[in-house]
Design a protein around this ligand. Structure first.
Ligand code: PMP
Length: 324
């Protein structure tokens, strides 16, 4: 018998999918870790589970307690599912710029949702800082703190990384993905470099994030902006700190959009905006490395979370974007 024990037991062990159209175009094997198939629908189910388990183990999360978090949505959705499955309450602080679909999912799951203006991290009212203060003030509450809580990247060091290594029989030349908290990038990069120090670990970055310039010049200098959600940062989080980064690749929104529509139309995969950045970077890397290499990236979440935006022709037109 192969039976998963509830929601929690079904997190992880996702398939690795060959992206056929991009592999054929580039002559490289471009593989996507299908994190959108986690039971809560995104890569963040893994971090959510590890952070809750860690808080339980440390004795700070007790029966009837509340998990508080600042999140672009996916971590909140993962936390809300697990809180329901384990009997906790969930309070989510989210920038009001995030998609309606994610807000609706959070409310439907019973989380208390506080949508707040999107302001930079240096502002005391930034959603992450606000969530920390709320957790401090609330009785029997714990702050998940995904950006700086290392239980986040441990989920990928112990789960995603070893899964990728086993699924490819160790035949992998490069790992490339974008970062929000950095947990996915760093946990997998640390694990894979330990298995093979020659393997390349490359950070993918959207416009408007400061990490591309950080890798290239040592200076955090965000330029431009992006409609993608959940990725990019203007600081090096504790989760990203110390992770091996061989290089960075920047992908702009028109390219990311072209990629997610090609995935939809030619590969039959309906995926979110950060996947456009990830696969865009994998394709650029394939061109740089030349044919015959195996490159792994992440398929973070599904296109259903962005139907009112990235897959809505009126919204795209208003933003001056087009799938073609
Ligand atoms: N893609 C999406 C859609 C996300 O929500 C996130 C998490 N914010 C990421 C990518 C990045 O994951 P991580 O936090 O592990 O860097």
């Amino acid at each position: 018998m192969d039976i998963k024990h509830g929601f929690v037991g079904a997190v992880g062990n996702t398939p690795l999918i060959r992206l056929n159209s991009f592999s054929e175009q580039t002559g490289c094997e471009i593989l996507g870790k299908a994190e959108f198939l986690n039971p809560g629908g995104s890569v963040k189910d893994r971090a959510a589970l590890f952070m809750i388990n860690d808080a339980e183990k440390r004795g700070v999360l007790k029966p009837g307690g509340t998990v508080v978090e600042g999140t672009a949505g996916n971590t909140g959705i993962g936390l809300a599912h697990i809180c329901n499955a384990k009997g906790y309450k969930c309070l989510i602080v989210i920038p009001e710029t995030q998609s309606q679909e994610k807000m609706d999912a959070l409310r439907l799951l019973g989380a208390e949702v506080r949508a707040v203006p999107a302001v930079p991290y240096r502002d005391p009212n930034n959603y992450v800082k606000l969530s920390g203060r709320i957790a401090d003030e609330l009785d029997n509450a714990v702050w998940a703190n995904q950006f700086d809580n290392l239980a986040n990247r441990l989920a990928h060091y112990e789960g995603t990384g070893p899964e990728i290594w086993q699924q490819t029989d160790g035949k992998i030349d490069a790992w490339v993905t974008s970062t929000g908290t950095g947990g996915t990038y760093a946990g997998v990069a640390l694990y894979l470099k330990e298995q093979n120090p020659n393997l390349k670990t490359i950070l993918a970055d959207p416009m408007g994030s400061g990490l591309y310039s950080y890798v290239k010049t040592g200076e955090i200098k965000p330029e431009g902006n992006s409609v993608t959600e959940g990725i990019g940062n203007s600081r090096v989080t504790a989760n990203l700190e110390g992770a091996p980064i061989d290089d960075a690749i920047q992908v702009d929104d028109p390219e990311a959009l072209r990629i997610i529509y090609q995935l939809l139309r030619e590969d039959g995969l309906f995926l979110g905006g950060s996947v456009g950045i990830n696969v865009g970077a994998a394709v650029a890397l394939a061109k740089e490395m030349g044919p015959g290499h195996t490159i792994v990236t992440v398929l973070c979440d599904s296109g259903t979370r962005y139907q009112s935006k990235l897959f809505n022709p009126d919204w795209l037109k208003a933003k001056g974007l087009s799938p073609d």
